[in-house]
Design a protein around this ligand. Structure first.
Ligand SMILES: Cc1cc2nc3c(=O)[nH]c(=O)nc-3n(C[C@H](O)[C@H](O)[C@H](O)COP(=O)(O)OP(=O)(O)OC[C@H]3O[C@@H](n4cnc5c(N)ncnc54)[C@H](O)[C@@H]3O)c2cc1C
Length: 401
């Protein structure tokens, strides 16, 4: 079958790599480079990124790692150990140690919550914030986790998403860092597509998608091409805007906003390769130091730290200032350099659909959606993209091949 893929982000390339083995795949990417919000930006000897923090939520064993391996990609993902620590006061605590920071009554409540969450025995109609709110420290910790992992406040995350996230965590474990950063994943996916005979067109913007009963058409400045199937890696909203198909059938996806600050420092301000969650900060949710895994991600003799924060209010400048103040309080007198500040919202958000608001990737028999507007349930970020891609590929293989 001829498959046209609109967008060369992680979602489009992952679908392309898997489908190119048995189909003729053409990928259209409007920018001169591939990877969208999941690739490197070389800057002053550092490998910064267009979006992601060089982290794969379930590391070497998760959904993305499994699909990469199935597609034939050679990516080494180093699992984080510890997964994460929590900065409370001036000390960093492991998750289990947090239980000792609250009084006996709250400790019993927290242990009960953790056990019930693991077993899925919770009220799934409430939010994660409501689930945690009777223990103030638990709510703060929960907020830093959802802020880091989903770019959402705990009150915005439905409990049924959290139950699935917890299940995936217990199944696959915590995050990992790909050697070479995000770009290595993208390079490997594009290598596989080209080796399978697929075509990747960069600098080629798709203007319109038309879908009929048994065919689909992609229109660019160069003209129109016919396909058996079309996969859109654009947001559900944009896909609907440029196509003749109703993509958003029920609830509108709600994009998530965030602020990312890349920091360079000679001093090892973070000494492990997991996440440092920051529950006591105003906006900052956590930081990681991917160069602790792969030295080539930082300038020689320096460390690359990536900080992720929520954007809660519309005044972006003020929000950035609050994050910078958080960082100052956290690192005190240490010597570090702010390398890059990026904000993500509207057309370029952290996720096109915040968790719980994703659309179904199977739009109709000829049009499919991949990417972070069509993630699978409980799939954090790129793991959710992998779940969505997996559903599309399975559907195509079972129904149309
Ligand atoms: C600050 C930040 C931190 C993050 N951290 C992490 C992390 O550590 N781990 C993690 O797993 N995830 C993380 N994420 C999320 C992750 O980066 C994204 O979910 C993922 O990269 C989205 O991939 P995508 O394929 O859905 O979309 P995109 O990357 O947006 O790809 C879509 C592609 O389509 C192209 N396109 C758009 N319009 C057209 C058109 N008309 N014609 C042709 N091409 C077009 C775009 O140029 C783009 O390349 C983070 C995101 C942000 C912003």
């Amino acid at each position: 079958m001829r498959v046209g893929i609109v967008g060369g982000g992680l979602g489009g390339l992952l679908a392309g790599a898997l489908l190119s083995r048995d189909n003729d795949v053409v990928i259209y990417e409007k920018l001169p480079y591939l990877g969208g919000r999941f690739t490197n930006i070389p800057y002053k000897g550092y490998q910064l990124s267009t979006g992601a923090l060089h982290m794969i939520p379930h590391g070497a064993d998760g959904y993305l790692a499994q699909l990469l391996s199935r597609a034939g990609c050679k990516v080494t993902i180093v699992n984080s150990n510890p997964d994460g620590l929590f900065r409370i006061g001036k000390r960093d605590y492991r998750y289990r140690e947090l239980f000792n920071l609250v009084g006996l009554k709250d400790k019993i409540k927290c242990l009960k919550k953790a056990a019930n969450l693991k077993l899925g025995r919770v009220d799934k109609s409430i939010s994660f914030g409501e689930f945690l709110e009777d223990v103030p420290l638990a709510l703060k910790v929960g907020n830093s986790f959802t802020g880091w992992a989903l770019s959402m406040e705990a009150y915005s995350v439905p409990m049924d998403e959290i139950v699935e996230i917890a299940r995936n965590y217990h199944r696959f474990g915590g995050p990992g860092v790909p050697i070479g950063g995000c770009k290595k994943v993208i390079d490997e996916l594009s290598r596989v597509i080209v080796e399978n005979g697929g075509r990747i067109l960069t600098g080629c913007k798709v203007e319109r998608i038309e879908v009929e009963e048994d065919r689909g058409y992609i229109y660019t400045e160069e003209g129109c091409s016919e396909f058996h199937l079309i996969i859109s890696n654009l947001s559900p909203l944009l896909t609907e805007r440029i196509s003749n198909v109703k993509v958003i059938k029920d609830r509108e996806p709600v994009p998530s906003r965030g602020i990312k600050i890349s920091i360079g420092s000679r001093e090892k301000l973070i000494k492990h390769n997991g996440v440092l969650f920051t529950p006591e900060c105003e906006r900052l949710c956590g930081l990681n130091c991917p160069s602790n895994v792969d030295r080539s991600l930082a300038k020689e003799g320096y460390n690359l730290i990536m900080a992720h924060a929520l954007q809660l209010r519309d005044n972006v400048k003020r929000e950035i200032d609050i994050v910078l103040e958080d960082i100052e309080r956290l690192f005190g007198d240490a010597n570090y350099e702010i390398l890059h500040i990026q904000t993500f919202r509207d057309e370029i958000p952290v996720n096109h659909a915040s968790s719980g608001t994703d659309v179904d990737p199977i739009v109709d028999r000829r049009l499919f959606l991949v990417g972070d507007g069509a993630k699978g349930k409980g799939g954090i970020e790129v793991e959710g993209i992998a779940l969505g891609v997996s559903k599309v590929v399975r559907w195509i293989e079972n129904t149309l091949s």
